[in-house]
Write a protein that binds this ligand. Structure first.
Ligand code: G6Q
Length: 568
């Protein structure tokens, strides 16, 4: 089945290709598959369709497929030369063609330390040298050797960044907060709304606060404004210009702008243009993570991701977790017409994961032209959303269970945490996880509903009225991802697994998953409008709506200023 929004007058190679056509034909019968029956017919479905990787179990048996479906999907991946593309990415070829860059987040966690070349230069020594610098610096801060301008130890670290320079470090710090240094509190300042900066700065002592300005380009408006505000705050609180070096460090690729901003280049942690923003938590952008959890744990995170890289590179398609995840996503997105997919971590520590994956996935594969710039005629990036369990159950699960849309889900849980785990709480959480995935799959038939109502003592007439509202069709697909424990290594593997799933989908859809022109657009749009907002000159261009809104903002500003003046 095609999406309703396809552009029908153009045909890309993908939708005309043999593997795609075979999937279209197969879909005509596969759309009637009932997972409940598939399980009844094959008692080994779980063992056949779940994969163990270190301390992670990936169960994809609760999905709508047969062996034939999988074979068609693997044929599609082969047709798209998945292995050659993997090789091209891992070896440092410039597969991000619109920006002329390699895509080498995998080199940042290449714990085998094999040489990887970009423009004829082995990048591994520079990666190691930045890691060494991060280690030395974090040791000083964590041990208390690094002092603020009045000689006190650092107690608070503020990561100033946005998008890829915020979401990754924030998600990891929250996920691994049980490993956090007891003296250090970690804050994330991203929003240019001054309320965010005020709220954070109001809690802080300038004498003991360290700011990490994290920006790949160091030109991002929001980050520069927030960093400027933090600098002014520090100086207004009594620090001198020469004290800035004790309270500000930068993570960037842009030494010139960092220096211009007033941060000592010795306090700059470098990374490179072949690290995409949303793939950068493994780079010096992870400095905040290192300060929070320590270098050995950060290395474990890298090790876990590297292990998943090896799995992705070396396992045959049929046993390859990211490949299977990616292909099932394509099966639903392009053939069943599913528009979104939900990430449902049953773990309080993983509460930032949906927001992180939202960016990773949608910024990578939210594209409508292929690698050659040709408009495509098939649906691409899924709308990714979600929230932590059980909270989501009491909010939006209704729509997943009984709505009109097909929403494939990823349920994620760890069997234990590092905190003094209250087993009673955990058992409730785990049983909800299991019960939900089962209920989504088996649903509840009319006869089961009738029986349940009757045993609850509902009168016959009442039963018949209620039944249509209480029937669950079921057959809603889910992946279950079970970690033995949420720790740096398993988390590293989990995140790398999603990165590679996104890669697989980008390859099949023939996209450049590593540029983000939609984001770049936003970075330039405001310049002119900001100028107009701040001036009183008449505005003649823009559409009438934007012009009208601009005028109204100016009016409100003037009115509010007058009212405040009158109140004085
Ligand atoms: C990520 C995007 C984007 C970027 C932010 C911040 O892949 O490019 O989210 O990370 O716009 O950019 P800077 O790090 O350059 O400030």
């Amino acid at each position: 089945m095609r999406q309703s929004n396809v552009i029908v007058d153009l045909s890309s190679n993908l939708s005309a290709s043999p593997a795609w056509k075979r999937l279209e034909t197969h879909y005509l019968s596969a759309k009637y598959l009932q997972m409940k029956e598939l399980f009844n017919h094959d008692p080994n479905r779980f063992s056949k369709h779940s994969i163990h990787f270190e301390d992670l179990l990936f169960d994809y048996s609760k999905n709508r497929f047969t062996e034939e479906t999988l074979n068609h999907l693997f044929a599609l991946a082969r047709q798209c030369n998945i292995h050659q593309w993997q090789e091209r990415m891992f070896s440092g070829e410039k597969i991000n063609t619109t920006e002329g860059r390699a895509v080498l987040h995998t080199a940042l966690r290449n714990r085998s330390n094999t040489a990887i070349y970009v423009d004829g230069k082995n990048v591994m020594p520079m990666i190691q040298s930045v890691l060494d610098k991060m280690k030395i610096f974090s040791k000083k801060v964590r041990s208390g050797e690094w002092k603020g301008y009045t000689g006190k130890e650092i107690t608070d670290v503020v990561n100033i960044g946005i998008g890829g320079s915020d979401l990754g470090p924030k998600m990891i710090c929250r996920a691994l907060s049980q490993y956090q240094h007891p003296r250090l509190k970690i804050h994330f300042l991203s929003n240019v709304d001054s309320a965010h900066a005020e709220r954070i700065l109001n809690q802080l002592d300038p004498e003991t606060t360290l700011f990490i300005v994290a920006s790949k380009t160091f030109t991002t408006q929001e980050t520069r404004r927030n960093a400027q505000t933090a600098k002014e705050w520090l100086l207004n609180c009594g620090a001198k210009k020469q004290d800035i070096a004790k309270h500000f460090v930068a993570v960037s690729t842009n030494t010139v702008e960092v220096t211009k901003f007033g941060i000592d280049p010795n306090n700059m942690f470098e990374f490179w243009d072949w690290v995409g923003g949303r793939y950068s938590l493994w780079s010096a952008i992870g400095l905040t993570i290192v300060l929070a959890i320590g270098m050995p744990q950060f290395i474990e995170l890298l090790e876990g991701a590297h292990a998943m890289d090896q799995h992705f590179k070396n396992m045959p398609l049929e046993k390859n977790i990211p490949v299977i995840m990616g292909l099932l996503g394509i099966w639903y997105n392009n053939f069943f017409g599913a528009e979104s997919s939900a990430v449902l971590p049953y773990d309080y520590y993983l509460r930032e994961l949906p927001a992180y994956l939202e960016q990773a996935d949608m910024e990578s594969n939210g594209k409508s032209v292929d690698r050659d710039g040709e408009r495509i005629d098939y649906s691409t990036g899924s709308i990714v959303w979600g929230a932590e369990g059980n909270n989501g159950q009491h909010a939006f699960y209704q729509l997943i269970h009984q709505g009109t849309k097909l929403i494939p889900t990823d349920f994620i849980i760890a069997s234990s945490t590092h905190t003094g785990c209250n087993q009673d709480h955990r058992n409730i959480l785990v049983s909800n996880f299991l019960a939900q995935t089962e209920a989504l799959m088996i649903g509840r038939s009319r006869s089961e509903t009738r029986e349940q109502l009757a045993s609850a003592g509902v009168q016959i007439k009442g039963i018949e009225q209620k039944i249509p509202h209480m029937v669950f069709d079921g057959n809603q697909p889910s992946n279950s991802i079970l970690l033995k424990e949420l720790n740096p290594r398993t988390l590293g593997s989990l995140i790398a697994m999603y990165e590679h799933k996104i890669f697989v989908q980008g390859i099949v859809w023939n996209l450049n998953s590593y540029d983000q022109w939609g984001v770049e657009l936003g970075k330039h749009l405001t310049e002119k409008v900001l100028e107009e907002l701040q001036s009183q000159k008449d505005i003649y261009h823009h559409d009438s709506s934007t012009r009208g809104l601009l005028h109204q903002f100016r009016n409100y500003y003037t009115q509010t200023a007058r009212e405040r003046e009158a109140e004085k």
